[in-house]
Design a protein around this ligand. Sequence first.
Ligand SMILES: Cc1cc2nc3c(=O)[nH]c(=O)nc-3n(C[C@H](O)[C@H](O)[C@H](O)COP(=O)(O)OP(=O)(O)OC[C@H]3O[C@@H](n4cnc5c(N)ncnc54)[C@H](O)[C@@H]3O)c2cc1C
Length: 383
Amino acid sequence: MDFRFTEEQELLVESLREFMSREVTEEDIKTFYQEGAVSEKFSKAFIEAGFGFLGIPEEYGGTPADVTTLMLVGEELTRQSAAVFPFMSNILNMFDMVEFGRPDQIMTMMEIYKQTGKPAFSLAISEPQGGSDNSAMTTVATHKNGKVYLNGAKTWVTHGNVAPWTLVVCKEESPELTNKNMSMYLFAADTPGVKFSQLHKIGQTSTTFCEMYLDNVEIDESALLGEKDKGFLQLMKNFEVERLLIASQSLGLAKAAMDDAAAYASERIQFGKPIGNQQMIQQMLTDMEIKIKNMHNLLYEATWRHDNGLPIKLESALVKRYCGMTATEVCSDAIQIFGGLGYTTETRVSRAWQDARGWQIAGGTDQIMVHIAGREVLKKYKK
Ligand SMILES: Cc1cc2nc3c(=O)[nH]c(=O)nc-3n(C[C@H](O)[C@H](O)[C@H](O)COP(=O)(O)OP(=O)(O)OC[C@H]3O[C@@H](n4cnc5c(N)ncnc54)[C@H](O)[C@@H]3O)c2cc1C
């Protein structure tokens, strides 16, 4: 067994750490969170430094990287900032685009991304009556005279109201629950008939999410992305990597909370000595450390499996569930160690806790991870 990362991976993490200390301050991050957007300057710096092109094939101007390397970037970016930025979901969206898009669709998205470093498109799947249960979606594409007409409503669409393009998942022709034919269409967000209404999150506010209404939106057949009727099934396979990417950010938040809380425990004097001398504080720190180690080991064992061509259906669900729940616990304990100060917006741990909570819902809830993992566990142990 070898638990070490490669020299290249260590160097990349080191350069990301330097980049973060050079390019962004805690004051900047607070401003991003208040304004609901990361500055153009920081977004551009991220891609100019090359981090935003990781995982994208060379022919589209990217730098190939394995999933372990992508997760290291997700973890370190989040750890250094104690924040969730749109960068990692951009990388993931581009990952999907490269896999399912035509060269012209990929190039259009890459051009926008290169110019701004900001999300070129949002991914609209969830609906008010169909969240965990995607088969309950009722947004429909109908085909007439060589055109496609989209009708329906989406919700909680991250960057939906700010990204210039939208990738929507919808049913073909009929909203019936039994209709399993789902396709993906890519269209400009300012197409007539598209309307947005911003929703207000309690965390992860460096970007927004919104409701999206599609009222007879007319697009060309060429807007289809991937295979008709099967597009969503194709995309679902990539959800396994998305789960890991979310977990890497959960881990980064937990580590950031630990960094701050453990340092504070040595500085804060009560009853004439640092609170870190109290065994009850040490117990919290010890359990936080165990949880962080477990998260780390589960995550990187799964990325190792992926990079070695092994299946990760079970592992990615276990990782997402464990890291999501555990990061919230670690951040909550970090707040406890900070006492009253932890319950203010003055500390990074309060932000980390709010952000970590969102990862227990986005990208598939904790309970849906059981839904996926449970069946795999039964299969694994069936005699
Ligand atoms: C920060 C954030 C970003 C998001 N970004 C996007 C985005 O970009 N695009 C997008 O399309 N969506 C996005 N979402 C939506 C997200 O995918 C859904 O919220 C999620 O899939 C859950 O759906 P729901 O909210 O309808 O909850 P529901 O499905 O209504 O679930 C409600 C509760 O019931 C539980 N439950 C549901 N089914 C079962 C079951 N079979 N067994 C046990 N328990 C069950 C759930 O776990 C949950 O606790 C985002 C959400 C968040 C929080």
